[in-house]
Design a protein around this ligand. Structure first.
Ligand code: ZN
Length: 572
């Protein structure tokens, strides 16, 4: 990668396993994870075929994270969700095609997440007649946001949560699938070309299709109802684990109330077949109604009780200790905490309605992490005493307390090897005893990262030219403004204008330590750039070098080339 790589932000996996010198950490298999190991059977890799009243439905499970579904029509089939990668899509379609090789007429995304959309380009490039790509009207917005401004942090946290960098033997499963395969091939997202707001009725290859907006796990979630097949595809609004009302990789508030309404909407069709995008199908009206009831009641219980206690003035950490699922449904296999948890959900619901401030005045402007650590250390009698307490905590397997004590020592810059080793012990102990794979993978990955067995270096850049075509130039300019480092700010009102051959114009003005992006007709420009959108996208993601593009004439610079390169460097 060359030195002009300024925004290596697109879908780069940030962790790689190192085969060098680090001590190998042995992660024990504890009795606490027996259920989780058993849960892996849910994801035995296979294609299941169902004869519904409307025709055959093929269901691929155990490939990457999300399922992929093929519905047979007359001389054409449709695909619902494309799996998490081109790599898995190819494996799936090789099996689907053996069942029925008619062309794919349409792809339906149930929502924006990569495990449902990143396999699409495989189908699009497979045949001459391009399939329609159908989704909710907001799906592309959310994809662009995840691939754009939020990419570095979401990628880093997802890598830990899904245990992508863990040794294979230590990854049991990820709760809703065996493992994430996104890093195995270039990202195959293709922008939808048919979208809708509330609902849409279609007939494709003779298949009657009704699509409904169904906010829940994501705001752009939809469900698919095939009336002739008596089949419903709920996307991620139900799977066989407690719902992810909050995801620890990071998300804005999920519409919990909308989720309940969406499940009620699904129930109203009385489907005979339910084909979720994670975990196995549910067959039979009664079983489906019962699962949907349990799921929506659990969500409503957590929602309503959080609100009730919140209105009494209780703080989120207090509410967390007071809420557990009603006995009657707590043992339902649809509510095992193999993905979401009640505790994280409560905090997320509180935060969704009231924001981050608990209401406790002492938490409005608390001491900084470092200041607090200094006071705690003073109380304990110094850093060495704090370290003694950390050792005692680890000896007693009081590991959450050990983690908190090590937080203080780290804030005090007292991160000596002994502290690091004790923190690793605590992470491994807690991680290996959690039957929630998100927590397990996050803790174990964090331990390996501390130990140096996981390196914080780029491994795979999955950006392809095809992907860049599907990422809008607006997304990339948004990323530019959020990558601007004000330390490098020098000239106020320095303006660079871009005229793309698509006839689109953009400008960036540096002022008051922000990079202001505008679509305005460009004037008063210090530098004018004339190029193709794709060429500029390639520079931004580091595929192309601006110096060679300028030298070859693919990029015209009206102004000082040196100044332009210095300008780009401010976004590094
Ligand atoms: Zn999913």
């Amino acid at each position: 990668m060359h030195k002009y790589l300024i925004l290596s932000f697109l879908l780069i996996f940030v962790f790689a396993c190192s085969d060098s010198k680090q001590t190998i950490i042995d992660i024990p298999i504890t009795s606490d994870v027996e259920d989780l190991i058993e849960h892996s059977k849910e994801f035995d890799q296979q294609v299941l075929t169902f004869d519904t009243p409307g025709g055959k439905v093929h269901f691929a499970i155990g490939f990457g994270i999300a399922n992929s579904i093929m519905v047979e029509g007359d001389e054409g089939n449709i695909i619902i969700d494309t799996s998490d990668s081109v790599f898995e899509a190819e494996k799936i379609y090789t099996l689907f095609r053996k069942k029925n090789s008619n062309p794919i007429k349409a792809i339906i995304y149930t929502h924006n997440h990569g495990d449902h959309t990143f396999g699409a380009s495989y189908y699009v490039n497979l045949q001459n007649e391009k399939p329609q790509i159908i989704a909710h009207e907001d799906t592309d917005y959310y994809v662009q946001r995840i691939m754009g401004i939020l990419n570095p942090i979401i990628t880093s946290r997802s890598t830990k949560m899904f245990g992508t960098a863990l040794p294979e033997k230590d990854l049991i499963n990820v709760g809703i699938g065996p493992s994430l395969s996104v890093s195995k091939s270039p990202t195959g997202y293709i922008k939808p070309n048919l979208t809708f707001k509330d609902n849409l009725n279609l007939n494709i290859a003779g298949i009657e299709i009704e699509l409904f907006h169904a906010p829940g796990e994501t705001n752009d979630q939809i469900f698919v109802w095939l009336p002739e097949h008596k089949s419903l595809m709920p996307g991620d609004n139900i799977y066989k684990t407690f719902p992810n009302l909050y995801t620890i990789r990071g998300t804005t508030h999920r519409d919990v109330k909308g989720w309940i309404d969406s499940i009620d909407h699904m129930k109203s069709f009385s489907p005979s077949f339910l084909f979720p995008s994670h975990t196995k199908p549910i067959i039979g009206v009664d079983k489906i109604q019962s699962a949907l009831n349990t799921y929506r009641d659990a969500i409503q219980f957590i929602h309503d009780q959080t609100i009730r206690l919140m209105n009494q003035g209780l703080y989120p950490d207090e509410i967390v200790e007071m809420i557990s699922l009603p006995k009657h449904i707590a043992d339902s296999p649809y509510l095992y905490e193999f993905y979401g948890t009640v505790r994280w959900s409560v905090k997320s619901i509180f935060n969704g309605y009231l924001g981050w401030f608990s209401g406790n005045p002492s938490e409005l402007d608390p001491l900084s992490r470092k200041e607090k650590a200094i006071r705690i250390s003073r109380l304990a009698g110094g850093n060495d005493k704090l370290l003694d307490q950390l050792k005692v905590a680890v000896e007693n397997n009081d590991m959450q307390w050990a983690l908190e004590l090590s937080d203080h020592l780290i804030a005090l810059d007292y991160f000596i090897d002994e502290v690091k080793d004790l923190r690793i012990d605590a992470l491994i102990y807690e991680g290996s005893r959690s039957s929630n794979p998100n927590k397990r993978n996050y803790f174990l990955s964090s331990a390996l990262e501390l130990n140096g067995s996981i390196l914080d270096t780029p491994l795979t850049d999955r950006t392809s030219e095809e992907l860049l075509q599907n990422i809008s130039i607006d997304t990339l300019f948004d990323v530019l403004s959020s990558r601007y480092n004000p330390i490098n700010h020098t000239d106020d009102n320095f303006k660079v204008c871009f005229n793309f051959s698509s006839s689109k114009s953009k400008s960036i003005t540096l002022r008051n330590q922000v990079a202001v992006v505008s679509d305005d007709i460009v004037q008063n420009c210090n530098i004018k750039i004339l190029t193709e959108e794709l060429e500029f996208k390639k520079i931004l993601v580091g595929i192309s070098n601006p110096v060679s593009l300028i030298a070859s004439g693919s990029m015209g610079v009206d102004g000082s080339t040196t100044e332009f390169l210095q300008f780009l460097a401010k976004f590094r």
